[in-house]
Design a protein around this ligand. Structure first.
Ligand code: URA
Length: 207
């Protein structure tokens, strides 16, 4: 069984968790990744945004959402009226998973398996327990499955405020698509408008 659980220190603050996560060997993804990419942002944020996993640039820089998807996320949050200083941004999986034809070739993102996502879940649970956000924004299917299980379907619930129990606590959650899906969409403008509409629901729920 893959699990991060033995690497997660009890009673730790976010800075301590982040340091511990750097040494996580809870699943095989640490072998090929450059480093662990832990969550970042305001430790008392009103909103926690949960993505899938770090991408190529995040893996090199050690920070979440600093590549193309992150640029788009910054823009759409601003358009939705969500203050970035009130956010904590993290991922369901904390190591970059990729395929690469040769060492000199581009590293291509590969989706994490359910086993890898489940292995990493104790980090996300610890972040949630410490940040205690008023609202969780789920960015895409992997994050949704990490929090709600494999039956989660982003298309069925996007742009709605869900009230769900997560790790024994009542949480409000607004699911939406992943910003990378907007970058890949044939109709990028339409996809952007959809993401923006969902985030406006989140902004409204925050009041
Ligand atoms: N995509 C994600 O899901 N997370 C990141 O940090 C970057 C890209």
């Amino acid at each position: 069984l893959y699990t991060a659980a033995p690497f997660v220190p009890a009673g730790a603050d976010l800075a301590t968790l982040r340091r511990a996560a750097a040494d996580c060997r809870g699943c095989p993804l640490h072998r090929d990744a450059t480093q662990t990419v832990f969550g970042a942002g305001n430790a008392s944020a009103r909103v926690m945004l949960v993505g899938e996993q770090p991408g190529d640039q995040e893996d090199r820089r050690g920070e979440p959402f600093v590549g193309p998807a992150g640029k788009l996320l910054d823009r759409v949050l601003a358009d939705a009226g969500i203050d970035p200083s009130q956010t904590y941004v993290t991922n369901a999986v904390k190591h970059f998973k990729f395929t690469q034809a040769e060492p000199s070739k581009r590293r291509i993102h590969k989706s994490p398996t359910l086993r890898e996502t489940a292995a990493c879940a104790p980090w996300l649970a610890a972040e949630l327990a410490l940040v205690e956000p008023e609202l969780i924004v789920v960015l895409g299917a992997t994050a949704g499955k990490a929090l709600f299980g494999s039956s989660f379907r982003v298309t069925e619930v996007r742009g709605t405020v869900l009230e769900r129990e997560i790790h024994g606590r009542p949480e409000r959650v607004v699911p939406t698509v992943h910003p990378s899906a907007v970058l890949r969409a044939d109709d990028r403008e339409g996809a952007y408008r959809g993401l923006l509409a969902d985030l406006k629901v989140a902004a409204h729920a925050l009041g």
